[in-house]
Design a binder for this molecule. Structure first.
Ligand code: ZN
Length: 297
């Protein structure tokens, strides 16, 4: 199944459901960063959560999820934008891509153990005005529960967040998830039904591995509640880095630092932390940047 996200409302519009398959996105991220298995699972969950939340973006808005923690992974970043009204672009990385820890006592990736204690910060940038920044303490470091805690604290909305990455020794088999949120007017009985279904349903990754579509994922949570699909997105690994941006960062180092770089190295390499693309500048190009700085002052 190609990566896709669908949004839906359930029970007469009293619940919103976002369901997604992100297998290709997580595979691409694993390949670019050479993520070890536990790091893949953790980064894949954060990326999947960010991509699902990305379905609420409009226009040129952006969303960034950052985890800063004291476990071996140290932290992760995932960031999403709309490439078009029909496509969500996402990228992400782990601070320590090599981190791998033994499976937990349920035989699952010990994402909580690799993440440890810390914070989840969510930043939403709008087309104009100040970005909105929300921070919550990590609940378990398993990412799904942490995103649910963020939604509860920032939006006071009870939600169910199920995120997963399924892998075997050959690589990522499936990745995806579901986020369901109660909307104003949702009655207690419906909230109870959704919460029960969330515990009973097969995990999203097991469903995806078995051939489920994004619509099937949404149905598995909604059960008998009536479901109305509202929007549909493709998902694509997307990085916004460019040579111009790298040059801008280098210009920001200032003349003294650039002169040092030019005198010490005959070429300079800058690697994008999100996509691992390497940009190489020759000494002459670095000297050219110094000239640009001089021309400005
Ligand atoms: Zn990049």
């Amino acid at each position: 199944m190609p990566d896709r996200i669908v949004t839906a409302t359930a029970a007469d519009g009293s619940f919103s459901i976002v369901a997604g398959i992100t297998t290709d996105l997580v595979r691409e991220t694993q390949r670019r960063h050479q993520l070890a298995p536990t790091a893949s699972a953790a980064t894949g969950r954060l990326l999947t959560g960010a991509t699902l939340l990305g379905a609420s973006l409009k226009g040129r808005e952006k969303l960034t999820l950052q985890v800063a923690s004291d476990g071996p992974l140290r932290g992760m970043v995932a960031d999403v934008q709309l490439n078009s009204p029909q496509e969500i672009g996402a990228r992400g990385y782990a601070r320590r891509p090599e981190v791998d820890v033994p499976l937990n006592d349920r035989g699952k990736f010990d994402v909580g153990g690799a993440v440890g204690n810390g914070y989840l910060q969510v930043t939403r940038s709008f087309e104009v005005g100040q970005p909105y920044v929300g921070i919550v303490e990590l609940q378990s470091g398993e990412i799904g529960e942490d995103i649910a805690a963020y939604l509860m604290s920032s939006e006071q909305i009870p939600s169910v967040v199920a995120l997963g990455v399924l892998a075997d020794p050959r690589g990522i088999k499936a990745a995806g998830g579901i986020i369901a949120q109660a909307l104003p007017g949702a009655d207690e009985r419906t909230i109870g039904v959704i919460e029960r279904r969330a515990l009973e349903m097969e995990s999203p990754t097991a469903q995806i591995d078995g051939g489920a579509s994004v619509e099937d994922l949404a149905r598995s949570l909604a059960g008998d509640l009536d479901l109305r699909f509202t929007r549909d997105y493709r998902v694509a690994f997307t990085c916004t880095c460019s040579r111009e941006r790298v040059e801008r960062v280098l210009l920001g180092l200032g003349e003294e630092e650039l002169r040092k770089i030019a005198s010490e190295q005959h070429q300079t390499e800058a690697v994008c932390e999100f996509c691992r693309t390497a940009y190489v500048l020759s000494r002459d190009e670095v000297l050219g940047l110094i000239e640009q700085l001089a021309a400005r002052s």
